[in-house]
Design a binder for this molecule. Structure first.
Ligand SMILES: Cc1cc2nc3c(=O)[nH]c(=O)nc-3n(C[C@H](O)[C@H](O)[C@H](O)COP(=O)(O)OP(=O)(O)OC[C@H]3O[C@@H](n4cnc5c(N)ncnc54)[C@H](O)[C@@H]3O)c2cc1C
Length: 596
């Protein structure tokens, strides 16, 4: 069924059975399930193939056992231990079990994976993925050189086109309409802004899927693209729905020093080694068994520790080296061509002959919109919002707990993207449209008018920079009560200045100036929840390392954080954020000391 489209009072109205927000891996994987069965719209602020999934480099995990012995159970164990036991274990079991089909689905759709000599999908090592419960690294990551995400995104896009998915490219979703039906709140649709024209569109859908990706732009040094501003997570938050485990933000060990541009962990998977200024392979001290292939939280912390202890390299002793020189030109040019080029282009360093300066970079949000295993969004610890789904980096299932393993996100977006699509379309086939209120678009129209017409004096770029700088300084790899309180105070100050921002471009067409102001609003909201949740978690677990509470405290904190917005955003965080806990689900693994 084609798009049902009408225009009333200058607002465009569309009707689709399933409305998906986001055309990254998760959104398009969902669309492939839903489009053959029901009319499906994908709203995306970026042209689909520019989504961040396309920047993913190293691989996608699945225990195919193509090159050495492996099992789903080992993969589950690694995922649970990698997440420092905050993972919901039944969800991790689904992730690793469905991984096998997720890879073969992509292969059948045409994805050109690297191959072994006998024609099977090749697999490489990655951090935290081990044989037999931590005995040694295992080759589990399926890959296409260091362009795995690019290949996934292109493959999914082609298949969406094949299935007649209707894309609304460069449309920014800015609001979710929720309507109460028989005492239950349900999604009625999405309000979006069309970049090319400045016009407002309301997409009515029987079910709505959020797949809007991460929010790395709350940090300054990040591997994330400029557009990863957490809009979807922010929209959900402003609707009064909870966010889960926001304090857990992952720092990837190997960002190009000073820039944050990512060098895939696949480099270490292929044998690259981290060294400090004196050339020592320091990971031998921190993780004697799997060394450079320890999970990211441990490697990132070890690198920062080396620098803090004065063993950093460079004129300011503020980075360490990634040494690929022993891998040889052929491995670098064929299996890691993009990152080899990145090092040459951005730092003028040739990995074939020189060590590459690296330092941790903000990379991945473990937390986000809470969902169950069917990708249904939750309004508290258990209650489902009928018709509302989320998948991918914006969601928190939780399969990553407090620290995601490399290659488990490309897996997550495929497994839970597929589940979201299947369940959203099944729901749409039985449900009716929820009536749209007459004023559906009013909130967005008002917000944009205020920003566009404001005579304020604050600069969006300056506020964003100040936010990113305080987050880099105070809510990074190591945190304390003091640094987090500083970050919170800074974010609150910035939030008070935000209503006063000036948008210079007052026009309608391609007004990116206006949208950057909107995105800054989401960044500020999410940074505040992140820091507030981090203050509350007085222990160290996974990516959340508190210098003042350096050990894991299972007795008090083996629980997910659930944050709720309770009042207007104008007040201090303590007046409008309520924090609660949600139990972690266990199946087979009891928490033990996490050694590698
Ligand atoms: C450099 C880099 C390398 C990585 N390498 C790997 C790897 O090798 N293996 C691995 O497992 N993981 C990797 N990751 C992580 C992984 O790629 C991401 O977590 C994952 O791809 C996210 O997919 P997604 O579909 O959730 O979101 P994205 O791919 O980020 O897509 C988000 C979509 O939402 C849309 N959107 C956002 N806001 C709006 C809005 N307001 N209105 C409309 N549309 C909106 C965007 O247009 C986009 O289409 C990497 C990440 C980075 C940054």
């Amino acid at each position: 069924m084609a798009d049902q489209h009408s225009v009333v009072d200058g607002i465009h109205y569309h009707q689709h059975d399933v409305v998906i927000v986001g055309a990254g891996g998760a959104g398009m994987r969902a669309a492939i399930e839903s489009a053959p069965k029901a009319s499906t719209a994908v709203i995306t602020k970026l042209y689909p193939t520019r989504s961040h999934t396309g920047a993913a480099q190293g691989g996608m995990a699945a225990a195919l056992a193509n090159v050495e012995e492996d099992s789903n159970e080992w993969h589950t164990y690694d995922t649970v231990k990698g997440g420092d036991y905050l993972v919901d274990q039944d969800s991790a079991e689904i992730l690793t079990r469905e991984a096998i089909d997720a890879v073969y689905d992509l292969e059948n759709m045409g994805l050109p994976f690297n191959r072994t000599e006998d024609g099977k999908i090749d697999q490489r090592r990655f951090g935290g993925h081990t044989r037999d419960h931590g005995k040694a690294p295992v080759r589990r990551a399926c890959y296409a050189a260091d362009r795995t995400g690019h290949m996934i995104l292109q493959t999914l896009y082609q298949n969406c086109v094949k299935h007649g998915v209707e894309f609304f490219n460069e449309f920014y979703a800015l609001d979710l309409i929720m309507t109460e039906v028989d005492g239950v709140k349900r999604p009625a649709g999405i309000v979006a802004y069309e970049l090319a024209t400045g016009e407002i569109h309301v997409f009515q859908g029987k079910s709505v899927v959020f797949a809007t990706g991460g929010f790395g732009k709350i940090y300054k040094t990040t591997s994330n693209a400029h557009t990863l501003t957490g809009d979807g997570v922010g929209i959900i938050w402003r609707k009064g729905l909870p966010l889960e485990d926001m304090e857990f933000y992952q720092f990837h060990p190997t960002g190009l020093a000073g820039l944050g541009i990512l060098l895939t962990e696949g480099a270490r998977g292929e044998g690259a080694i981290l060294r400090n200024a004196s050339g020592e392979r320091f990971m031998e001290r921190y993780a004697p068994t799997i060394k450079d292939l320890a999970p990211r939280d441990i490697v990132a912390r070890s690198m920062v520790q080396e620098v803090l202890d004065g063993r950093g390299a460079g004129p300011h002793k503020d980075y360490v080296y990634l040494d690929c020189t022993h891998l040889g030109a052929e491995v670098l040019e064929t299996k890691l061509p993009d990152i080899t080029e990145f090092a040459r282009t951005y730092l003028g360093v040739d990995p074939v002959t020189e060590r590459v300066p690296v330092y941790p970079t903000a990379h991945y949000a473990m937390g986000g919109i809470p969902t169950n295993n069917d990708a249904q969004v939750l309004s508290d610890n258990e209650t489902v919002v009928p018709g509302l789904y989320a998948a991918g980096e914006c969601a928190c299932v939780s399969v990553h707990g407090s620290n995601r393993l490399g290659t488990n996100s490309l897996l997550d977006i495929n497994v839970f993207g597929k589940r979201a699509g299947n369940n959203a379309v099944a729901y749409a086939q039985t449900a009716d449209f929820v009536p749209l209120p007459a004023d559906a678009a009013d909130g967005v129209v008002k917000m944009l008018a205020q920003l566009r017409e404001s005579d304020g004096s604050e600069s969006v770029a300056e506020l964003r920079k100040a936010l990113q700088e305080t987050m880099d300084r105070n809510a990074q790899v190591f945190r304390t009560e003091e640094t987090l309180q500083t970050a919170l105070a800074d974010v609150e100050k910035l939030r008070r200045r935000y209503p006063n921002v000036k948008v210079h471009d007052r026009g309608r067409r391609f007004n990116t100036d206006l949208l950057e102001a909107v995105e800054l609003g989401f960044l500020l909201d999410l940074a505040e929840v992140l820091v507030y949740s981090a203050i509350n978690r007085k222990e160290s677990r996974g990516a959340h390392m508190r210098d003042d509470y350096p050990t894991r405290d299972d007795e008090n904190f083996m629980q997910h954080t659930m944050a709720y917005l309770t009042a207007g955003l104008e007040s201090p965080a303590s007046d409008h954020i309520r924090l609660d806990w949600k139990p972690v689900r266990f199946t087979q693994y009891q928490p033990t000391e996490r050694k590698y």
